[in-house]
Design a protein around this ligand. Structure first.
Ligand SMILES: [Zn+2]
Length: 266
């Protein structure tokens, strides 16, 4: 069973394309992250909610929030948690540190609802529509999630893209020591790290590595992301010396996480 814990929907997606895309990937379930703002060409909360209504057996939602907008974040958490979304998606590279105490009440709310936090880690890809934001890779450093990981041990935190190419060691450390810390395999950094992390792969706790692809459902060409990561995990992981972890990464770990959050699986 393949579970993809890091996906998006294209703005302007249509049902036929998304259906075809789901058939092509053949996934059992995806975590669908809404974009926290109109920035990357991927769809926002309302569009993701519509997609999930059409494909309830395939997709489960993560609410896109921008914690510096505290009241808006709290409203969105309430509105979309009621609709069945099971976590939040953060993009700290848009100019905030997640552990900034000014935004703590947002994470208290997330924790009270036992939701998942999926946070972008690594390189800050320039956004499309908001050059005014103070964008920087440093905001997404995994150690800016560590205080939250420690304060809220019941909340599961996923560090995307393997923790980021220049900061993956910190993510590996957090996954090693904290049962609520996870990372995903999303390209480009995630797959790069699995190929190049060398001895660091020996300290990685593979039971909390999730198959994530950043596939954007409804966007032409995005299937390549899915194929790239799937082929990497299935073919290259054994060559790197970790054949025993392939099935765990492809879906067993994701299934454990989703079941914990009440998601029914086939
Ligand atoms: Zn993503």
């Amino acid at each position: 069973m393949v579970i993809d814990t890091h996906t998006h929907a294209a703005q302007g997606w249509n049902e036929a394309d998304v259906r075809e895309h789901f058939q092509a990937t053949g996934v059992a379930k995806v975590l669908l992250s809404a974009a926290p703002m109109d920035f990357w060409g991927s769809d926002l909360n309302e569009g993701c909610a519509r997609l999930i209504e059409l494909f309830p057996d395939k997709a489960v939602g993560l609410i896109g929030i921008h914690p510096p907008q505290i009241d808006q974040s709290l409203r969105d958490i309430d509105q979309y948690h009621r609709k069945g979304f099971i976590g939040v998606k953060l993009m700290p590279t848009t100019g905030y540190y997640p552990d900034d105490e000014r935004y703590r009440k947002v994470f208290e709310e997330v924790n009270a609802r036992r939701m998942i936090v999926l946070s972008h880690c690594g390189w800050c890809a320039p956004g499309l529509n908001r050059p005014d934001l103070p964008q920087c890779t440093l905001y997404s450093h995994p150690y800016h999630l560590e205080p939250l990981i420690r304060i809220f041990p019941e909340t599961d935190f996923i560090m995307a893209h393997g923790g980021g190419r220049t900061t993956f060691q910190e993510a590996f450390e957090l996954v090693q020591y904290h049962e609520n810390a996870w990372l995903d395999t999303c390209p480009g950094h995630g797959t790069w790290i699995l190929q190049n992390a060398g001895a660091w792969l020996n300290v990685l706790n593979w039971s909390r590595v999730l198959f994530g692809t950043d596939t954007c459902y409804g966007r032409r060409g995005s299937f390549a992301n899915f194929k790239k990561v799937e082929e990497f995990v299935r073919l290259c992981l054994p060559y790197a010396g970790f054949p025993q972890h392939v099935e765990a990464v492809m879906g067993v770990n994701g299934a454990r996480l989703l079941k914990k959050h009440g998601v029914l699986l086939p």
